[in-house]
Write a protein that binds this ligand. Structure first.
Ligand SMILES: C[S@@+](CC[C@H](N)C(=O)[O-])C[C@H]1O[C@@H](n2cnc3c(N)ncnc32)[C@H](O)[C@@H]1O
Length: 350
């Protein structure tokens, strides 16, 4: 079992190294992990992987790989020798030796991170798509009150940003829509809630989930700026600990908070396919009517750039293809799919 999982993990690592964006600082560590995982025996890595698979059998390869990178970044923050893993100028063989020693010396800390934490990278520009899609849906369905829950919210950025015109106007010009841009419509929000699995991520943890590069320093600055701009909305936001893999707890949360619209962005890719389907079924069953689940996930399991946006009506697990996004950081282009017209009554051939 572990051998088969390691083979698929190795394939995912190889694909992720070919990522068109070069991963902005992560690729050097993915390369070393790939070299180490490719050896017949690599006790230091095998021990960590075995612990992760034992505690989290449903974890996806993409998530485990990103978590390993985050764990290495965490130990590199207090161990200068470990920080050499991220130095592209070091010969590949030397970096693999540093990686092995780091995994041995910091085994408990690294194992703790990959078994107890999740990648909580948060994108300040992601809310642009839910803003326009939920706005269009609410207007079409004449919905006067949207009770929103952002599932796997991280630090609760998206539910704060919705309807904030200052934040929208800063980021919207960098995202081109095809064949047309839906107009900005305020979402008639009467409740803003967000949940994440305990321990709830801190801003410091989110910082560590950003890659070690200038590109990611800029993205993180956008998160901090957005938090500052949305201090007023923060007062309305209820942030709660909840494991969405627990179907009974999820259903109870959705019903007691009378949630009608759920967003779940860059969360489900962290799990295997069967788990994703179970969570979608539980969410859509628990939403009030008329209700909507909007789900955005990385395209191709982080192997390539981009994201796919899907919509589900309350009570249905049939996915509507709302849009494709060229870059999961929501800089670039959004191409509307047929599900957008189906969901919002827009002209399918404008
Ligand atoms: C990559 S972050 C995305 C954050 C935010 N949705 C965004 O798109 O910017 C994924 C988040 O999902 C959360 N998460 C993963 N599994 C979860 C679960 N079972 N229940 C609740 N939250 C979960 C993680 O803790 C993490 O904060």
């Amino acid at each position: 079992m572990t051998t088969v999982r390691k083979e698929t993990l190795l394939r995912a690592l190889t694909d992720m190294q070919r990522h068109q964006q070069g991963n902005h600082g992560w690729s050097v560590v993915h390369e070393s992990l790939g070299r180490l995982a490719g050896r017949a025996s690599a006790a230091s890595l095998d021990t960590v992987l075995a612990a992760a698979w034992r505690v989290r059998p449903a974890i996806s390869d993409a998530h485990l790989i990103t978590l390993l990178g985050i764990a290495l970044r965490t130990v590199a923050a207090h161990d200068a020798e470990a920080a050499r893993v991220f130095r592209p100028e070091l010969a590949a063989g030397d970096r693999v030796r540093v990686l092995e020693r780091t995994l041995e010396r910091h085994r408990d800390e690294i194992t703790g991170i990959v078994t107890e934490h999740s990648n909580s990278f948060t994108g300040a520009r992601r809310f642009l798509v839910p803003q326009l899609v939920i706005g269009a849906w609410a207007e079409h369905r004449r919905v006067e009150a949207v009770r929103l829950a952002d599932l796997g919210t991280g630090i609760g950025l998206l539910p704060r940003q919705l309807n904030n015109r200052t934040v929208f106007d800063r980021f919207a010009p960098d995202l081109a829509w095809f064949p047309y841009t839906p107009p900005f419509r305020p979402v008639p929000l009467t409740a803003r809630t967000g949940v994440d699995v305990p321990p709830l991520p801190t801003l410091e943890w989110v910082r560590g989930c950003h890659g070690p590069s200038r590109y990611y320093t800029e993205r993180f600055a956008e998160v901090v700026w957005s938090l500052e701009q949305t201090a007023a909305e923060a007062a309305e936001l209820e942030l709660l600990p909840l494991d969405i893999l627990d179907p009974a707890a999820l259903t109870e949360f959705l019903r007691t908070h009378r949630i009608t619209v759920a967003t779940c962005n860059f969360v489900l890719y962290q799990y295997d396919e069967a788990t994703r389907e179970r969570v979608i079924a539980a969410i859509t069953a628990g939403l009030g009517r008329p209700g909507l689940l909007l789900s955005m996930e990385p395209g191709h399991e982080l192997r390539r750039m981009g994201a796919c946006v899907r919509g589900y009506r309350a009570g249905s697990t049939t996915a509507l293809h709302i849009a494709d996004v060229s870059d999961a950081h929501f800089l670039g282009r959004v191409t509307l799919g047929p599900g957008f017209a189906e969901l919002t009554g827009a002209d399918p051939n404008p």
